[in-house]
Ligand binder design. Structure first.
Ligand code: ASP
Length: 412
């Protein structure tokens, strides 16, 4: 038995953890909450990795691209694809909302309404990217600030030429060490996923799935459409690679994203999958993925689309074409400021609602099922990051297609 488990590929172990967690939560009910600490331990282990991993891998990503022109090109390309796919995602979300009409027949009354959390304003979100104290940012885990500082540091190391080499080497070795630590933490994933799944299914039960079912349906169907058509389609069209191989290669990251609902938290697994299974070069992965985990939120945008339409319908507000355009723009920008942590999308939803004057109270209703929606949107977020890493790597000639196409290896 132990031997079978040892030989089993990681993604299968994670999947077993997920199924067992679901069964435990649904059959044991509240008793299954005792498994929650296992999930919390896993999340803490992963959180422990985030700051040093983002910091050192991003610096290494930049210093290993000494050619500044190339770096600029990759940066622009990455950013442009991130924004474009996010805008497509929210359009799918809005479209599905209009089609499914999740809010038709729902009447929201004041009794269920609680005040929404305050949304951060966009100007401040952007100004705050520059940290006044990078050490404090690292200590407090301000991811966007850390990213900005790491990019500045990486560029400066390159500009320093020979004198900067020892520092570059130090970070290179540091990032190898962090990758090793990631391997260790990830091997615990099946148990962590079990604990998280048991907790979620015990606290939500099947009842919640029935009420507000259409919002859940909209977000899940939209997620599948976006992953299959936008992402799978882009891969097939632009890289001529087999999309199924791609999805097979990132299944571990998807499962971890689904259960932890944090793209930053999943970053170590995403990086490992993208490099080991899909053949993306380490410099590209180290540059594209930390950025993506922080600013690329296709799933979140899609979810906001469905929810905005739901809330508008539930409150009998007619949205105009201009409203829809505003929503697409605000949601795309808001996704940059959405942290890759659980529940962040719900807070940003208030920003999108206020951009078109929709009642904040709608958030209270969504909050009840947000975890279930977060599971889908985080999976899409992470898949999008990996897809862009493959696209960029392929376009730069930094994709090892032998690794990509080697399906035997993919099961690790
Ligand atoms: N949980 C999501 C993520 O980490 C963000 C969100 O709440 O939408 O990707």
């Amino acid at each position: 038995m132990i031997l079978v488990w040892k030989k089993m590929p990681l993604w299968q172990k994670i999947f077993i953890g997920l199924c067992l967690g679901l069964v435990a939560g649904l059959t044991l009910g509240q008793t299954a909450l005792m498994f929650k600490p296992i999930g919390t331990l896993f999340i803490n282990l992963i959180k422990m990795l985030i700051v040093p991993l983002i910091f050192v891998t991003l610096i290494t990503g930049i210093t290993s691209m000494e050619d500044m022109q190339k770096m600029k090109r990759i940066g622009l390309k990455t950013f442009a694809i991130y924004l474009l796919t996010t805008a497509i995602a929210i359009t799918i979300g809005l479209g599905l909302g209009i089609l499914i009409e999740p809010g038709a027949g729902v009447s929201l009354d004041a009794a269920t309404a609680v005040s929404a959390k305050e949304a951060p304003d966009l100007v401040n979100t952007f100004l705050n990217i520059v940290s006044k104290n990078p050490v404090a940012s690292l200590a407090e885990g301000h991811i966007l600030q850390i990213i900005f500082f790491a990019i500045m540091l990486g560029i400066s190391i390159n500009l320093a030429g020979e004198n900067g080499k020892p520092v570059a080497k130090f970070f290179q070795s540091f990032s190898e060490v962090m990758f090793k630590m990631t391997d260790i933490v990830i091997s615990f994933a099946p148990f962590g996923v079990f604990g998280l799944m048991a907790w979620v299914s015990a606290s939500y039960g099947l009842d919640v799935l029935y009420s507000l079912g259409e919002v859940i349906l909209g977000v899940y169907v939209g997620s599948v459409i976006h992953m299959a058509l936008t992402m799978g389609g882009s891969l097939a069209f632009f890289t001529k690679l087999n999309p199924l191989t791609f999805f097979k290669g990132i299944i571990s990251a998807q499962t971890v994203a689904f259960t932890t609902t944090s793209s930053s938290g999943t970053l170590p697994v995403t990086t490992q999958n993208v490099v080991n299974n899909l053949g993306v070069s380490k410099p590209i992965a180290s540059f594209v993925l930390p950025l993506g985990a922080t600013i690329n939120m296709d799933g979140t945008a899609l979810y906001q689309g469905v929810c905005v339409v739901f809330i508008a319908q539930a409150f009998n507000v007619d949205l105009s074409f201009a409203n829809y355009m505003t929503i697409i723009l605000t949601s795309t920008l808001a996704s940059i400021g959405t942290a890759g942590v659980p529940g962040a999308g719900l807070i940003m939803l208030s920003l999108v609602l206020s951009s078109v004057g929709l009642p904040m109270e709608g958030i209270a209703i969504i909050a009840g099922i947000d975890r279930i929606l977060d599971m889908a949107r985080t999976t899409v977020n992470v898949t999008g990051d990996a897809m862009v890493a493959v696209l960029v790597a392929k376009s730069e000639g930094e994709l090892d297609e032998t690794v990509y196409n080697n399906t035997q290896e993919k099961v690790k």
